[in-house]
Design a protein around this ligand. Sequence first.
Ligand code: HEC
Ligand code: HEC
Ligand code: HEC
Ligand code: HEC
Ligand code: HEC
Ligand code: HEC
Length: 456
Amino acid sequence: MIDWRKHHKKGLIAIGILLSTSALYKAQDVQGDPAKGAELFKTNCTACHTLDKKLIGPPLKGIVEKLQKEENINRDWLQKWVKDNKALRASGDKYANKIFEEYGKVEMQQFPNLSEEDIDNILAYTSNPPAEPAAAEPKKENDATDLNAINAQKESEATTKIVMISLFAIASLLIWILFKIRQLVKLSQSEELSELNKTRIQSFSELYAKYKIVGQGFMAILAVLAAYGVWNWMMWIGVYKGYKPEQPIYFSHKIHAGINKIDCQLCHSGAKYGKVSEIPSLNVCMNCHKAISEYKGEYLEPGHDRDFYNDQIKILYASTGWDPQKMAYTGKETPVEWTRIHNMPDFVYFNHSQHVVAGEQAIINSFNKKHPNDQIDVVCKACHGKIDTMNVVQMANNFTMGWCIECHRTTEVDMGNAYNQAYFEKLHDKLKKQYGSATKITVDAIGGIECGKCHY
Ligand code: HEC
Ligand code: HEC
Ligand code: HEC
Ligand code: HEC
Ligand code: HEC
Ligand code: HEC
């Protein structure tokens, strides 16, 4: 069987090397270093821009060429804009004011600290983005949220073991009782033994009397274990559909992902590259909230006023040690601990990138086919529901084994995307030969219901 995980990594490295060398080659006819630009872009611009989607600001892929062609604007203008767009607007520059109006007069941050060379590098990156080599590298930024995740995992590991032991104990008790009943029934049925029986135990009461002390002790231990197991099991099903804990900052997905259309992956950037989606660190929040210190939106959730939202932003400032008056960090941080909502038992292997990258189109298509009146545009929503309409995140599904399998049985694999073409081509041909070319190849056909794929 093909091991997707191993091949996936090697494939990505290969693709990464290929693309980055070709990008370097192409980059020679542009000023600036796109690799350096990528880093700068990530730290300074991704809060509001992506390459190919509108965020707070316009998409920036090929912006140099675009402005040259459409507005006859050169690199000098871009230099000025990025450094200090406010000054440029104040100077009466026509296009600067036009784009400002177009984006609802949202102010872009100023970047007095970026040198001319830095900005050239960023622009080179937008003209020639190299493929994400980061995908092949191990993630560097292990922040506090990872630690929390690890601790939470350790806790749940212990719980899982206790639950397993309890279940085992209950099962042994049942087997023991069954065995005893069988013995008794056999004894009372057999004529020849009736003589013998007189010297043996003949009823439950006698049995009970004979083994009273041992039996009671044994039962007591089992009862405690069983009760603990049942309690844990109930706690466990408690954290399914609808689970909606309170968080230390009232962070609204509706306001961020819904109304302001911020891309899920701007904050949950892990989803594309690996196993976990990650909760963003507060630095990610501050990319925007250095500039956004007040809630000015029209939307108010019933029961909350503007002051409430402003207080939440103040908590964010207090946690990161940001002084909005001085526009500087004080160095006094009090980290926020988000309560984890989704948490698989750790004998389960779930990988986001498998679903968000390789499975993206397949999952969106299949979901939309099944729910003609409830279409989705972002793959995340197939599993997490319409997060962009939720003020407080809650679990949208029972994340059970049955739920995983049901989708794997009914979702047709997207054999057209690059990942699957590389890994499943041979298998695909074989399956078509075996079942005829009209067969639908669902995830179960590529191994999606093999125990080992989801269990360590
Ligand atoms: C706080 C949000 C924010 C940040 C951070 C930000 N921008 Fe912008 N940017 C905007 C907005 C909003 C616009 C649209 C114009 C406006 O409203 O002023 C814009 C417009 C632009 C434009 C003009 C695009 C066009 O289509 O004409 C360029 C170029 C640009 N930004 C580059 C950058 C670069 C490079 C960085 C990082 C060094 C950056 N921006 C960081 C918000 C931001
Ligand atoms: C501006 C940053 C930001 C954006 C954009 C964002 N999220 Fe979140 N997300 C967070 C933060 C912070 C948390 C943790 C607090 C909470 O649960 O509300 C979170 C929590 C979650 C959780 C629950 C995590 C857990 O503990 O199990 C899910 C699922 C989620 N987001 C999905 C999405 C989806 C889907 C989108 C896009 C529609 C999205 N997010 C957009 C910041 C963001
Ligand atoms: C891409 C930019 C961006 C990022 C990143 C971002 N925010 Fe926001 N945030 C906004 C915008 C835009 C608003 C709405 C402001 C308005 O309408 O006046 C907002 C509003 C808020 C509010 C008030 C409304 C509410 O949701 O309660 C809080 C609190 C908040 N953000 C916290 C956070 C936290 C915490 C993070 C990091 C997990 C974060 N933000 C990341 C752009 C961002
Ligand atoms: C095929 C279903 C599926 C899709 C699609 C999906 N998720 Fe998840 N998500 C899960 C499961 C299952 C978990 C629990 C994982 C665990 O506990 O190990 C989870 C957990 C999370 C968490 C909590 C932190 C973590 O990684 O454990 C966040 C945040 C999250 N998802 C965000 C997203 C975002 C953003 C997207 C879209 C880019 C997305 N998810 C797409 C099933 C999915
Ligand atoms: C909404 C549909 C959906 C749900 C729900 C879902 N998956 Fe998947 N899963 C897919 C698709 C589609 C693929 C195939 C991706 C590809 O093209 O390689 C896949 C592939 C996989 C694979 C790789 C299989 C292989 O043979 O390479 C694993 C492992 C996996 N999923 C685990 C899980 C687990 C664990 C859960 C539940 C927590 C889950 N999935 C829930 C749609 C889903
Ligand atoms: C598509 C992914 C997937 C496949 C394939 C899969 N499982 Fe699971 N399994 C899960 C998930 C997810 C859970 C955790 C469900 C929960 O927390 O309720 C689970 C839980 C379990 C449990 C714990 C009891 C329970 O229901 O919570 C056992 C035992 C188990 N699986 C056995 C198996 C066996 C045996 C196979 C092969 C026939 C198998 N699984 C195949 C995803 C899968």
